[in-house]
Design a protein around this ligand. Structure first.
Ligand SMILES: CC(C)(COP(=O)(O)OP(=O)(O)OC[C@H]1O[C@@H](n2cnc3c(N)ncnc32)[C@H](O)[C@@H]1OP(=O)(O)O)[C@@H](O)C(=O)NCCC(=O)NCCS
Length: 195
């Protein structure tokens, strides 16, 4: 395994914990979200599992509790992530999206999943647009990447819809069942915000 690159963000440089988009809200996960997140992931298992290595097994409330304790207690999480739950006005979990400081100098990565019952409405595209804008305004950040498997066309449609540029396709280890072994790297940069 390659060593993790040094962080792109200086200590103390962080995104906001709440991003209000009107009818949808992105906010840092709280301990009280445990059951709602567990139910969203459980209901969406067949949808998410093929593409996301962290969901190799059906989740249990206990596995989610352990994950939450290790990942949500600090901002960023110990592995450099800022993960937001996405909620509607009633507080229903629509999905999640994260900014991850793990891909190299001056660059953040965005990842996401959508509750299967709330796909096809633009929730993830809108959340990703907001996170892209915020990321590109953080000091020291010049580029945002979205990495997805070459066969994950719904995921690739998100950066494509937002005007990201497909920078390259690289061979990579298959870590989830539907993956092809090739990863797409989509890029948006401060130098060419409309690329
Ligand atoms: C990848 C994934 C997040 C995409 O979900 P999605 O529902 O297609 O994405 P969005 O929420 O942005 O919805 C987009 C759809 O809403 C439509 N839409 C409606 N209103 C919209 C708006 N205001 N803005 C953008 N799109 C809108 C789009 O046209 C698009 O429709 P289409 O699917 O018919 O083309 C979802 O399929 C998923 O969770 N997959 C499993 C996990 C995964 O693969 N994660 C990524 C790993 S790299």
């Amino acid at each position: 395994m390659e060593p993790a690159p040094p962080p792109a963000l200086a200590p103390g440089v962080i995104p906001p914990e709440r991003i209000d988009l009107g009818d949808i809200l992105l906010r840092r996960w709280q301990p009280g979200d445990l059951e709602a997140r567990f139910e969203a992931i459980s209901a969406s298992f067949e949808h998410i599992h093929p593409w996301m290595p962290w969901l190799a097994e059906r989740p249990t409330l206990e596995s989610q509790r352990l994950h939450s304790e290790s990942a949500d207690g600090s901002w960023p999480s110990p592995d450099g992530g800022f993960t937001f739950g996405i909620f509607d006005a009633a507080g229903t979990v629509l999905g999640a999206a994260g900014l991850h400081d793990r891909v190299g100098p001056a660059t953040l990565e965005i990842g996401y999943w959508c509750h299967v019952a709330h796909t096809g409405r633009g929730v993830i595209t809108r959340a990703t647009a907001a996170l892209t804008d915020i990321a590109l305004k953080l000091p020291g950040i010049e580029q945002v990447e979205i990495r997805c498997d070459a066969a994950n066309l719904r995921s690739a449609a998100v950066p494509h819809r937002l005007g990201y540029r497909l920078d390259r396709v690289i061979p990579r280890e298959r870590l989830a069942p539907a993956e092809s072994g090739f990863g797409m790297i989509w890029v948006k940069s401060t130098a060419a915000p409309d690329n």
